[in-house]
Design a protein around this ligand. Structure first.
Ligand SMILES: [Fe+2]
Length: 201
């Protein structure tokens, strides 16, 4: 089985970008394991590409970023090449911690992971796009998670205050920790990589 050039090209760029940007040792260990898993290719779902209205309004702007980090530039270029193959979806559940405009103003896509472009259970890598002035709901999940932020916007993890990682910023969410994000005057765009606890053999 072989990956499409678009997907392999994106994953290669993601490997370099996470390696350069993720400094937390827990993230570095997690990302190392994630990319080791990804050496085993799994099947790619054909013809699933689908955009949501927020993508049409804000994705181009979100992907027009200024950075002097070559790894981020390459990552964005590879994401653009991959994006037509991706299925963008609304989050299924949210509560009153989300802003009222949340539903029509966000989109998530899973690049690898359950129901993603490469449909697999052992790792998840995806992206979130939000229009300006949107707050994502508080949420938590068992897998640990590393974010790679590719826009302005604020994030919150556990008991932390809101913080702005900036383009190329990265942070780690431990298993089960509550976290959230919110956009300001510009769209928010971020990648996230989750590593579920692996079944014991
Ligand atoms: Fe998360």
């Amino acid at each position: 089985m072989a990956r499409s050039d678009a997907l392999q090209g994106f994953l290669d760029a993601a490997f370099v970008a996470f390696d350069q940007c993720a400094q937390d040792l827990r993230s570095r260990r997690s990302m190392g394991q994630i990319f080791t898993h990804l050496e085993a290719v799994q099947s790619e779902r054909p013809d699933i590409g689908k955009r949501l209205p927020v993508c049409k309004r804000h994705l181009d702007e979100a992907l027009t970023i200024k950075t002097d980090r070559r790894a981020i530039e390459v990552l964005i270029e590879r994401f653009k090449a991959l994006e037509p193959l991706l299925e963008w979806k609304w989050r299924q559940t949210y509560d009153s911690s989300a802003s009222e405009n949340f539903l029509m103003s966000h989109a998530n896509t899973l690049i690898v992971g359950p129901g993603g472009l490469e449909d697999r259970e052992d790792v998840w890598i995806g992206a979130t796009l939000m229009a300006p002035n949107v707050r994502y709901p508080d949420h938590a999940h068992p897998p640990e998670e590393t974010y790679l932020v590719l826009s302005e916007g604020e994030f919150q993890s556990g008991q932390s205050n809101w913080f702005s990682p900036g383009i190329g910023g990265s942070f780690y969410n431990s298993p089960g920790i509550k976290h959230a994000m919110r956009s300001g005057k510009k769209p928010l765009f971020a990648l996230w990589a989750l590593l579920p606890e692996q079944p014991q053999h």
